[in-house]
Write a new protein. Structure first.
Ligand code: ZN
Length: 332
């Protein structure tokens, strides 16, 4: 396979702190011979494990980018062991546009793995992570949030994996991250995900969903900031005590966790995030808005649990996910 067209302006093997770019040539109308410049920081201090920290895999999710731009600017080489690679906005064109997918090719980076060196811009970014950055890493933390159309309870998560020793290492890192909630995810359709690419290489992989709604707030950014330091301490990069209270563990066991709207309209959320719900209890109500005097439609939970995610903002379309219910587990 041909080499990646992406060129890094940083030396991943050099000690010290370097701030540079992953430069992806992208010739276009407003910039002949131009490039997409994806910011990257490498901080290295001698031998040790490599942590790869990413945000902006989806361009409208902000807790990760806030925590990682901050970390990149403040983490000192002398305070770490090994290497920390930080890419706060992986799908940089999507991040600049404030959209989930890339405005260049509509590519959803988290569905584009393993990518292609001769593909679209999004596929080229995926290919670079697949063949250059993931092989350098031992431990991977990829921040997500709900974006513009969902809002989540703040949780860190890892996947149920065929290799139970590998799975245990991932869940130990989720526990160390220390978000208020932790989730064991059974991915129904993992094709093309960054998560799966990292897990197939045997990497410890932790993901998050921290808030959403197309912005971030002080509480969820605080969880991200504390979580990334806890993760680095757990991985042996940072000599610091892990500071977090235990997470509440949640399971999302099946398709029954999700409720989808079958109407366009105005949504009324009947339960707030974290609220307890019972099977057949209405969790969201959709009002058709073409005229007055029409009865609204209620959407119900399919199981007992708590509300883990809700639609955002106030209008829904047919097919939108209106609510996600999770089941509280007794322990990890
Ligand atoms: Zn995401």
């Amino acid at each position: 396979m041909r080499d990646s067209p992406i060129v890094a302006s940083v030396d991943f093997d050099a000690d010290g702190a370097q701030h540079g770019f992953l430069r992806l040539p992208y010739s276009r109308d407003d910039s002949a011979w131009g490039s997409v410049m994806i910011p990257v920081t490498v901080i290295k201090n001698g031998e040790g494990p490599t942590a790869l920290l990413t945000g902006g895999n989806h361009g409208d999710e902000y807790e990760g980018p806030v925590a990682l731009f901050d970390l990149a600017a403040t983490l000192k080489p002398e305070s770490i062991a090994g290497r920390v690679i930080i890419v706060p906005a992986m799908n940089y064109p999507a991040f600049l546009a404030g959209t989930r997918t890339s405005p260049i090719d509509r590519g959803n980076l988290n569905r584009s793995f393993p990518g292609r060196p001769d593909g679209t811009v999004t596929e080229k970014i995926a290919d670079y992570f697949q063949r250059v950055l993931l092989p350098l890493a031992d431990n991977v933390l990829d921040f997500h949030s709900g974006g513009r159309t969902l809002d989540f309870l703040p949780f860190a998560a890892a996947h149920v994996l065929p290799d139970k020793m590998h799975e245990d290492r991932c869940f130990a890192a989720v526990k160390a991250f220390g978000a208020p909630y932790a989730v064991k995810m059974l991915e129904i359709d993992a094709v093309g995900m960054y998560d799966s690419a990292a897990e197939a290489m045997g990497r410890v992989f932790v993901t998050t969903e921290l808030g959403g709604g197309g912005s971030s707030c002080a509480r969820t950014v605080g969880i991200a900031r504390r979580g990334v330091r806890n993760f680095l301490a757990h991985c042996g990069n940072l000599d610091a005590d892990i500071e977090a209270s235990p997470s509440v563990w949640l399971d999302m066991p099946s398709d029954d966790c999700f409720a989808f709207s079958e109407h366009d309209g105005l949504i009324e959320c009947l339960v707030d995030l974290g609220g307890e719900v019972a099977a057949d209890q209405p969790v969201a109500r959709v009002y058709p808005t073409a005229r007055t005097g029409v009865a609204p439609i209620d959407y119900c939970a399919n199981m007992d649990g708590i509300l883990v995610a809700r639609h955002f903002p106030g209008l829904v379309k047919t097919g939108d996910c209106v609510a996600v219910v999770g089941v509280t587990l007794d322990d990890a």
